[in-house]
Design a protein around this ligand. Structure first.
Ligand SMILES: NC(=O)c1ccc[n+]([C@@H]2O[C@H](COP(=O)([O-])OP(=O)(O)OC[C@H]3O[C@@H](n4cnc5c(N)ncnc54)[C@H](OP(=O)(O)O)[C@@H]3O)[C@@H](O)[C@H]2O)c1
Length: 333
């Protein structure tokens, strides 16, 4: 049998576990041109919240349908194939759905993985997957930190943030994170080598807390959060600082808060660049090789928030928005 997590109702604001339900069905028949996978891990990625509202379809993805399997990234292995490009045993990182098995004709977004996995399979969903590669592309292509820089990262304890911070540390920069709790702030500094961390919901207004943690100002901001956080950081940026926009989780599924201080982009001559990792698909091997090398050398770690079983996929997704995760969120099926 195959199990799928479906969108049981449209989330109101932040998603909660009850927005999702598990359905069971017989394994589908594989016809000419198609292949069937068994999925071993589901990756939970906050960005997919954007396509859960009605009429939310755009140039990237269509809106998700009610009672339809929820789109997401999975680690998959081909079980049966009538498609010449995919053989039984091929390992894939693919945008299928939150399912134990998937049927594809190869037209989905698929990245091939090596036949022999050198690291723990779940690492290919995190540090070697979409989120780790986002940290890699954003830091090495755009931010390009140096030892003179103060690098600030929002969502610093999550999947992208934990890797982005460790990459920035390799350049010798001073690295500061913004997180949702004191426990996560302590963990970032004690375990991942962050130099300081700011708690976004603390007693001190965020802009002031950032100024205390970054007394010489911020040279690079790697943003996963957007909204009020971005606004508070802009007011702390140094002249000719770089803003790398990776995500804006504070505005997913809700009306986003627009920064009201964009004039500072002009007066401080700031550069702003956003990016989408999937547009760098042709460079996944390069990114995975460099991240693998850092893992081999032991200079980066890949912390994981792991749950087990298809019935926990909805809860794992809700955890991202409640800030429960320390590191990459995955569910082992
Ligand atoms: N550009 C790309 O190609 C690309 C690719 C992958 C991911 N992303 C983006 O990267 C970001 C991280 O995604 P992820 O899936 O890896 O999640 P994640 O960082 O592992 O988890 C999300 C974290 O965001 C924080 N957060 C949640 N709601 C928030 C809010 N309203 N305001 C401020 N912080 C909030 C929480 O941490 P605290 O409670 O500790 O703050 C939570 O742990 C997302 O914005 C995602 O869209 C972009």
């Amino acid at each position: 049998m195959m199990h799928s997590v479906v969108l049981a109702r449209r989330p109101q604001g932040n998603p909660v576990e009850a927005d999702f339900a598990v359905r069971e069905a017989p394994l589908p028949e594989v016809t000419e041109g198609w292949f069937l996978t068994r999925n071993t891990f589901v990756s939970l990625d906050a960005g997919f919240r954007n396509w859960m509202n009605e009429d939310s379809g755009d140039e990237v993805l269509p809106a998700m349908g009610l009672d339809e399997p929820v789109m997401g990234l999975v680690l998959a292995e081909v079980l049966e194939s009538k498609n010449l490009d995919y053989a039984v045993g091929d390992k894939l990182m693919a945008r299928f759905a939150w399912q134990t098995h998937s049927l594809s004709d190869g037209s989905d977004f698929i990245a091939r993985l090596p036949a022999e996995l050198e690291f723990n399979p779940s690492a290919y969903m995190g540090v070697l997957g979409d989120t780790g590669m986002s940290a890699y592309f954003g830091m090495t292509d755009i931010a390009k930190p140096t030892a003179e820089d103060c690098v600030l990262i929002s969502g610093a304890g999550g999947a992208v943030g934990t890797i982005a911070g460790q990459i920035a540390k390799l350049s010798g920069a001073r690295v500061v994170g913004i997180v949702g709790s004191q426990a996560k702030a302590g963990w970032l500094c004690d375990t991942l080598g962050y130099d300081a961390a700011v708690v976004r919901s603390g007693d001190t207004p965020l802009a002031e807390a950032i100024s205390e943690a970054c007394p010489n100002g911020v040279d690079v901001f790697f943003d996963n959060v957007g909204g009020q956080t971005l606004e508070a950081v802009i007011s702390n940026m140094n002249h000719r600082g770089r803003l790398v926009l990776c995500g804006a989780i504070s505005g997913y599924g809700v009306t986003p808060h627009g920064p009201n201080n964009l004039f500072e982009l002009i007066t401080k001559e700031l550069s702003v660049e956003g990016f989408m990792t999937h547009f760098r698909h042709d460079r996944y091997d390069e990114a995975r090789e460099q991240l693998s090398q850092w893992l081999r050398e032991g200079v980066i770690q890949s912390p994981e928030h792991r749950l087990n079983g298809i019935e926990n996929v909805g809860k794992a997704f809700a955890d991202l928005f409640a800030g429960e995760n320390f590191g990459k969120t995955v569910v082992a099926l």
